[in-house]
Design a protein around this ligand. Sequence first.
Ligand code: C5P
Length: 264
Amino acid sequence: MSCRRLEVDACAKINLTLEVYGLRPDGYHALRSVVLPISLHDTLSIEESPELATDSGYPDDLILKAARLLAPGRGAFVRVAKRIPAGGGLGGGSADAAAALRGLDRFWNLGKSEAELMAIAAQVGSDVPALLCGKPCWMEGRGEKVTPLSPREMEQAGLPFVLVVAHPGVASSTAEVYRNCDCRLDFPSEKEYNIHPINDLEAAAIRLHPEIGVLKAAMGEGAMMSGSGSCVFKKVRDEAEAARLAGELRARGYWAEIAHTIVR
Ligand code: C5P
């Protein structure tokens, strides 16, 4: 019996900016966001199996959706060591799907091109293309249009940096937060090259879950929500400040982790 096994890391993301520009005819919102991969990650372990399955416990797991779109009918067992909190705006499920696409493409020797993998990623979910990219990037359209940040934009974004990410103890529903957000009216004709941290979904998420606002206040100036929430992150000066802040938050009962941005 074969004991072939492949491990692949699935890195979480934060949204340093997230601008929401109204509802599109397909029911999704038009977005523009600076997405940063971070060191917090799940680990996928892929093994031989006649059937396609995961140990995640979710029947509608994005790993399964990604695998079926990549190679219908093929089998593999995907074990997931979970560290990224679910419903946290850190792209946990999407990161697992992106890592599954990369890992299974290698495991099954499919040799798909980057463009083919990106097209499948867009069908799996709005955040999956940016997570498949794995670099600091602009995410636009519904999420399917991904452009790596230029060196100048990386500098503007203050990369690389250390951050603390914390969970308020409530999960937020992406669809519900989008339904309740106030969209921008003016659609951008072209990119402005000033990257200012902002999240258009934050006010709606805090209205729905005041716990997010409480956590944000506890983290102090510069803290902001990631994606549709509920996690809040804060860029800090160094590891020592990160350890202090994470320690304070854990002492108050919050899940908190130190991470750094991934710059490839
Ligand atoms: O694509 P995904 O399944 O991750 O999206 C989850 C939900 O988030 C969608 O059903 C939609 O309500 C909302 N969404 C949106 N506009 C986007 C991305 C997500 O309205 N660009």
